[in-house]
Ligand binder design. Structure first.
Ligand code: NOJ
Length: 748
């Protein structure tokens, strides 16, 4: 793990000795931290040790049931609590840290919080951010989130969530980076770097926690907390790499998961935590349970009782118990009977103490709670700028018939209709902080567009309907203002509490009477532009055919109104691309682009002749992975190769020329996919292996060169060895996962 003071010292030495010196210093610092940890550990009673493994939630905010079991404040003073979650703000953290300073050994508390898409400044939800395909910008956003959170006394964020998700019924798809492992891994590393900044010594950084280890995104039927049944091959090939990327990026902690994986709850899964994470990957940070998940192993039918659950979890490698109290209530007795070894408890305690030393909390327990830093980070204008850029780049243009967007000068009267036009909390989305002054933290769509359009355009508003009920009494007013307008702008979607934890849904159509309202607007014969706000891919096949343009606008956060206004008016040319396949209907789920070919693949979207297809449904998604339009057009030349076959140690160069043939300057994400045609295991029909973002002025052309080496061909074979197999591959390049130019290459 990087330490801030090290880099300062290292700057002063010459480049030749630089790396050796750094390595030496890191080792020395780690050594000295280990010595300090050991010396504290020697002073600790068993109760105090177990206390370090115990994490409570503050009472004023929680994401699960709180067990009322006496006075937490007294327990902190007794040294029986190692960490608190859901406690933020200088006042609260300082108050609780002061209690910890009254404990016998004055071991500071660690404050954790779910900082999922921004802290005070709210960013687009993570799934939306992933649509930017811009890890650098995502890193910048997390830098802001980490800086703000740390200024509010937070040391530790339970983020990033890197669960690969192929099922939009699962409400938690909003927290991740979508269905692709390669992109998900890049984003996982970017988020960790963003949160952890210059390292733990930096007060403007928080420790990241990659979650949920592992497999949670594959909950059966998309039902939250459900079981996961998956081959080890799929686990290693698709679900584990983003975790590995986070570990390689230096993530300080890992959260295990609510689900069982092939019958063994992740929280008690020795294979995952001891063999893979702490073994093969040599991870040295904290492993924390999910909320109450230690105790939930009893419900799973894997632990006989809470005592058994504590034994299983700690022996399997779970260091800290979030909110189940199993460790607090049972570890002492488990040690007495020899079911848990002292060395196991000590190893977990050392990890927690080490982190507290690295964060500098032993030097100054209050270093993260300074009122001046908190004030400075509240409504910081620079943070809003990053939120704005992130929001603009998250928006995906799905349809734009007759170039109805951006608004043209002829549009003098616009009817702005829908339940989200003036809404505040919905645009902040699930997993956003509750603030007393929410209205000050968000630019509504109404305000954003009104400011952008100025006085030249008459903007009229009607709510039309609520998000999710059967009341259509508002239609008449909406139709009236629409009838008088040049263009109808509809703002539809899901409310903020319809995607997120415990928000699985089986019906993903636009809720309530929204589809009927769209239909009614369509019948007016005016151009209709549809904005969709949601935490997941929704289903809107029918409405899509009744509007001229669609912008998928997610939950965009604090700058929602300004970002959408920039896109609608053409100040920003949309560049987002979907990171999940959008189904036509719920019956297609799970749906993902990197599926296997099967023995009877359909020859076209409509082929149903004894092939792998639905007889009552097209075989393709409504919008494929990687898809997103621009106001301009990009044409793709043919793929040129410097050679058609290569050996290990060689690189193939694949080049392609992209031309902006439309009327606007714009950004394109050029995607490269590979298919291993024949292998020892059936391989996906395509897999994203690389992408490049380019900005082209109107009329401009540029040739991009992709370098492909053997690493890109590797996969986990039947024995879980990560290897490339010689043979033929298809190399594809294009603007999305379906519109691709193809060539064949050979690996010998
Ligand atoms: C439960 C969620 O699964 C997890 O992601 C979150 O970090 C904890 N609650 C704490 O809020």
């Amino acid at each position: 793990m990087k330490l801030l003071s090290i880099s300062k010292i290292c700057l002063k030495v010459t480049s030749v000795t630089f790396f050796c010196f750094c390595a030496f210093i890191v080792e020395a610092q780690q050594k000295s931290i280990q010595q300090k940890v050991d010396s504290v550990l020697k002073l600790m009673t068993l109760d105090e040790k177990i206390g370090q493994l115990n994490q409570y939630s503050g009472d004023w905010d929680f994401t699960g049931p709180i067990t009322a079991d006496g006075d937490k404040q007294q327990q902190i003073m007794d040294g029986l609590v190692g960490s608190m979650l859901n406690v933020t703000g200088v006042e609260h953290t300082r108050m609780l840290q002061s209690l910890a300073m009254k404990s016998r050994l004055r071991i500071p508390l660690l404050f954790g919080q779910d900082v999922i898409h921004g802290f005070r400044t709210t960013f687009p939800i993570p799934l939306a951010q992933s649509a930017s395909w811009n890890p650098e910008l995502i890193e910048k956003a997390e830098r802001v989130a980490g800086t703000e959170a740390s200024a509010y006394g937070v040391h530790w964020t339970f983020s990033p969530m890197v669960d690969i998700a192929r099922d939009p019924r699962w409400g938690r798809v909003m927290e991740g980076a979508g269905e692709d492992t390669y992109l998900g891994s890049l984003i996982a590393a970017a988020r960790v770097k963003g949160f952890q900044g210059k390292g733990y010594g930096d007060t403007a950084a928080v420790m990241a926690c990659v979650k949920h280890f592992a497999g949670y995104g594959a909950a059966i039927g998309g039902r939250d907390y459900n079981s996961v049944d998956m081959s080890l091959h799929n686990l290693w090939e698709f679900y584990l790499p983003p975790f590995k990327a986070a570990v390689d990026a230096g993530v300080g902690s890992v959260m295990n998961s609510f689900n069982d994986l092939n019958g063994i709850p992740a929280t008690g899964n020795r294979y995952l935590m001891r063999e893979v994470l702490k073994g093969k990957w040599n991870f040295k940070g904290i492993v924390v349970s999910d909320w109450g998940s230690v105790g939930e192993m009893v419900n799973h039918g894997y632990a006989a009782n809470q005592r058994d659950a504590a034994k299983i979890a700690i022996n399997a490698g779970c260091d800290m118990d979030m909110e189940s109290r199993c460790y607090k209530n049972h570890l002492k007795d488990l040690l007495r009977t020899g079911e848990v070894k002292l060395s196991t408890i000590d190893a977990a305690v050392k990890t927690v103490l080490k982190t507290k030393f690295e964060l500098g909390l032993f030097d100054d327990p209050f270093r993260f709670c300074k009122a001046s830093r908190q004030d400075n980070q509240t409504h910081h204008p620079e943070n809003r700028k990053v939120a704005f850029e992130m929001a603009e780049k998250s928006i995906v243009l799905l349809k734009n018939e007759n170039q109805v967007l951006p608004f043209n000068k002829k549009m003098k009267k616009i009817a702005f209709i829908g339940p989200f036009v003036k809404s505040v909390r919905d645009h902040l989305g699930f997993w956003s902080m509750e603030w007393p002054d929410d209205t000050a933290t968000i630019v509504t769509l109404w305000d954003g567009l009104k400011n952008a359009l100025g006085k030249d355009v008459e903007l009229k508003y009607a709510k039309g309907c609520n998000v999710n009920d059967q009341d259509s009494s508002g239609f008449a007013e909406a139709l009236q203002i629409a009838a008088d307008a040049d263009l109808v702008l509809l703002s539809m979607g899901e409310a903020r509490d319809m995607s997120g934890e415990a928000k699985s849904r089986s019906q993903l159509h636009l809720p309530g009477v929204q589809e009927s309202l769209i239909h009614a607007m369509h019948q007016l014969g005016k151009p209709v532009v549809l904005l969709i706000h949601a935490g997941r891919p929704l289903i809107f096949d029918q409405p899509a055919s009744q509007v001229e343009a669609i912008l998928y606008a997610w939950w965009l956060g604090s700058e929602a109104g300004n970002a959408l206004a920039a896109v609608l008016t053409g100040k920003y040319n949309p560049s987002g691309k979907l990171t999940m396949s959008f189904p036509r209907t719920e019956g297609q789920i799970p749906i993902y682009y990197n599926h296997l070919n099967t023995g009877r693949p359909a020859s076209s979207a409509t082929d149903v002749n004894y092939v792998s297809a639905y007889t009552d449904l097209l075989n393709t998604p409504r919008y494929p992975f990687g898809f997103g339009l621009s106001y301009t057009d990009f044409s793709y030349g043919d793929i040129l190769l410097d050679k058609t076959s290569f050996h290990s140690g060689e690189t193939i160069k694949a080049s392609i020329t992209i031309t902006n043939t439309g009327d606007y300057d714009g950004e394109e994400t050029v995607q490269l996919y590979l298919r291993d045609i024949t292998a020892s295991l059936a391989r996906p029909v395509k897999e994203l292996k690389d992408f490049k973002k380019i900005f082209l002025k109107k009329g401009e052309s540029r040739t991009l060169v992709f370098n492909l080496n053997v690493e890109k061909l590797k996969f986990y074979n039947e024995r879980l060895e990560y290897k490339a197999e010689p043979g033929a591959f298809e190399l594809m390049i294009g603007p999305d996962s379906e519109t691709l130019k193809k060539v064949n290459i050979q690996y010998n």
